[in-house]
Design a protein around this ligand. Structure first.
Ligand SMILES: [Zn+2]
Ligand SMILES: [Zn+2]
Length: 187
């Protein structure tokens, strides 16, 4: 373990990531047709060396999200505001909404179709609050009925739409009814 230097003294994020990238072994794959290709004799297989991947944190409108990127893209990523570590926990947490130990956990429903199993996370309360600030405009209609929705209701609404769009047969078997056409078009 290296010394924990004072904040201003440590190596730059870029230097740390590049060092990590160099320590990450390159992944050699066969039969991968992207990137540099070397035809392997008369067998016709293609050998391709991919750069190792490093985990960085990409800024999004919903906070920073974990991403695995090729080590060769590290410099460009940092210039674009990506971070070396998660700004919430300071570590290398995972990319699921509930994977960061410091972030508030979000409730979710899981799609019941076995081949799918998509997790539908409730959106965070602050997303609703952010939308509400627009209501400072006196011409904006305030509708508190949306503020009173619950995680259960919100995720049910999203999962019903997911079922109708992605698994129409299972949806009708489960008795999920299509909402008014107008609502479907807004998805
Ligand atoms: Zn985190
Ligand atoms: Zn599904």
């Amino acid at each position: 373990m290296g010394k924990r230097a004072a904040v201003s003294e440590g190596p730059s994020d870029e230097a740390i990531l590049l060092a990590q990238a160099q320590a990450t072994p390159s992944v050699v794959t066969k039969d991968n047709l992207e990137g540099e290709e070397v035809t392997d004799g008369d067998s016709g297989t293609v050998t391709h060396t991919k750069p190792g991947k490093v985990r960085v944190y990409k800024p999004t409108q919903f906070g920073y999200k974990a991403r695995e990127i090729p080590a060769t893209n590290v410099t460009a990523a940092l210039k674009n505001g990506f971070l070396l570590n998660c700004p919430d926990c300071g570590g290398k947490c995972g990319d699921g909404p509930n994977d960061c130990p410091e972030r508030p956990k979000r409730m979710y429903r899981q799609c019941p179709v076995p081949q799918c199993g998509k997790k539908i996370f409730d959106y965070e309360q602050k997303d609703i609050d952010a939308a509400e600030t627009d209501a400072a405009d006196p011409m904006a209609i305030r509708d508190d009925s949306y503020m009173q929705s619950t995680p259960e209701l919100r995720t049910k609404a999203v999962l019903d739409k997911h079922m109708l769009l992605i698994h129409p047969n299972e949806a009708s078997a489960a008795g999920i009814l299509a909402p008014a056409q107008r609502e479907v078009q807004r998805v």
